[in-house]
Design a protein around this ligand. Structure first.
Ligand code: NAD
Length: 483
């Protein structure tokens, strides 16, 4: 079996060398093809942070084991970590957080065990990075949440929960505010939940979830969230079990999967051989299991747990009165403990499975469509207009543009209605959302919308517009606050 390996930037090469040293010492039947990815590849002029050969190798082998990679600061350059996850559709980011014996935390001291898995959607949400300046004062980020994308990751979370005999699966969301985006994610969650009656499925608003995870983390088992909320909540969970040095992550897709640590390149300690390789090693252990290398995974994990139990530590954790080992010495300590069994959390050493890696040769991009066509009708349009005038002046100047087809319904600013009713205490910015609806029951056409656009733009700068669709009798758009 062969996998692609990218060492990464900052502490990446140091911790990757330490992990591969542990793998090699365990005589794992695995070959590595090193690929060029990371900040240094950007610097060589490859704008997506990887060479075409690296892309080809990863697509051929289907598994990438990677160190952290730096995203160059400044405009126009996207994170290679996010590019990799999105390009290869590794839609589920699975992060396991477990109390580790020997790693003291508030919870371990209170004898509260933590065994939590966060499944974070990995492709969509604000991570699309689709952003525009609508005026010099107003930036817009488009947050895509899709039904097929949500179904894919939620189904993965339920399957994983079933396999791990989980008692509970929780959806974290903000559907009380983002009714269409997070509402869609939550609907998908309960739709999939029907197929898993043995699992207790519930949901929590993400702020409440954050508080409850800190107060009583042992009540949770599997939590599934959208991308940004999942990112924040999983770092919170890393803190519960001892910090970023102990947080592994697997990015799972149908064709390609990526294994990496949650933490970044730690530029503050890079090049000193003092970083903690545990998170990357735990990610590597998850990869070995994914590849069926159960025996190697269990021996290495038991050795790691045993090492931690002995109080062996790198500088970022543990009993400060004991000397800290450097990265290489820590790896050597793990190697010296192969065959030892930890007191807590020992893994059963099962034989390796014979898994023949499947190589997927895709001729076309997979198209994911999950919803039936519903009866659609254009009911109106939101015109986003740049202006620093007062709402009633905008209304006066807009109302006649409706002509025989449109009626001016309301005007809002940053999502709050300011006309026909509103409050003088609502602060304004120079971008209004002027909502027009069709005058008759008859559906509007796209040409009608363009007609309105043409007449309005003679008077205003229109920053963008958005159609107001009706599906059957349901509004496929949100109302303004106060509407
Ligand atoms: P970071 O995770 O690199 O560091 C945060 C803090 O944690 C630092 O004090 C660091 O020293 C410490 N730390 C992290 N990993 C450690 C380890 N293994 N052992 C000991 N201490 C460790 O976060 P950051 O500073 O915000 O980001 C630095 C760079 O990493 C940025 O360019 C960012 O874009 C990138 N990044 C990459 C990934 C990835 O590759 N998946 C993830 C996060 C951040």
């Amino acid at each position: 079996m062969k996998i692609a390996v990218a060492k990464g930037d900052g502490i990446g090469p140091e911790i990757m060398d330490a992990v591969l040293k542990v793998f090699d010492a365990n005589k794992i039947d695995l070959k590595y093809e090193f690929v060029e990815m990371g900040k240094w590849v950007f610097d060589k002029g490859f704008s997506n942070g990887m060479t075409p050969e690296a892309q080809r190798t990863i697509e051929e082998l289907g598994i990438l084991f990677k160190g952290p990679m730096e995203t160059p600061k400044g405009k126009g350059v996207k994170s290679v970590n996010v590019t990799a996850r999105k390009t290869w559709n590794t839609y589920a980011n699975k992060r396991v957080f477990q109390s580790l014996h020997g790693v003291d935390t508030v919870f371990s001291k209170a004898a509260i065990p933590i065994d939590l898995t966060i499944v974070r959607e990995n492709i969509e949400d604000t991570y699309g990075g689709i952003e525009h300046m609508l005026t010099h004062d107003v930036a817009l980020s488009r947050r895509f949440i899709t039904r097929p994308g949500s179904m894919q990751v939620i189904r993965y979370a339920f399957e994983m929960a079933r396999k791990k005999n989980a008692r509970r699966i929780t959806c974290g969301h903000k559907a009380n505010i983002m009714k269409l985006t997070d509402g869609l994610f939550l609907d998908c969650f309960y739709e999939v939940a029907k197929e898993y009656p043995e699992l207790k499925a519930d949901d929590k608003i993400v702020d409440d979830l954050a508080m409850k995870l800190v107060v009583s983390p042992d009540e949770f088992d599997v939590v599934v969230l959208t991308n940004l909320q999942g990112d924040i909540i999983s770092d919170l969970c890393a803190g519960l079990v001892g910090g970023l040095g102990f947080a592994p992550s697997a990015n799972i897709g149908d064709h390609i999967s990526i294994f990496e640590a949650v933490h970044g390149t730690a530029p503050d300690i890079a090049g000193r051989n003092i970083a903690n390789p545990t998170a990357l090693l735990l990610s590597g252990i998850a990869m070995l299991r994914h590849l069926g290398l159960m025996e190697n995974a269990a021996i290495i994990e038991n050795a790691l747990l045993y090492t931690l139990e002995q109080g062996v530590r790198t500088g970022d954790f543990g009993d400060r009165s004991k000397p800290a080992l450097n990265t290489t010495e820590f790896a050597d300590a793990i190697i010296s403990n192969f065959g030892k069994t930890p007191q807590m959390g020992a893994k059963e050493v099962l034989p390796n499975k014979k898994i023949t890696p499947t190589v997927f040769k895709l001729e076309k991009n997979p198209m994911m469509v999950s919803t039936e066509m519903q009866q659609e009708k254009i009911a109106g349009v939101d015109m986003f207009i740049e202006s620093s005038e007062q709402p009633e002046v905008i209304a006066q100047r807009c109302v006649h543009h409706g002509g025989t087809k449109f009626r001016l319904i309301n005007i809002s600013n940053r999502g709050t209605q300011v006309w026909p009713t509103g409050s003088r205490y609502t602060n304004l910015v120079n971008l209004y959302n002027v909502r027009f609806e069709g005058l008759s029951e008859q559906a509007l056409t796209q040409l009608d919308i363009i007609g309105l656009y043409v007449t309005l733009c003679a008077e205003f700068k229109i920053a963008s517009f958005e159609l107001l669709n009706m599906w059957n009798d349901k509004k496929a758009y949100s109302l303004a606050q106060g509407q």
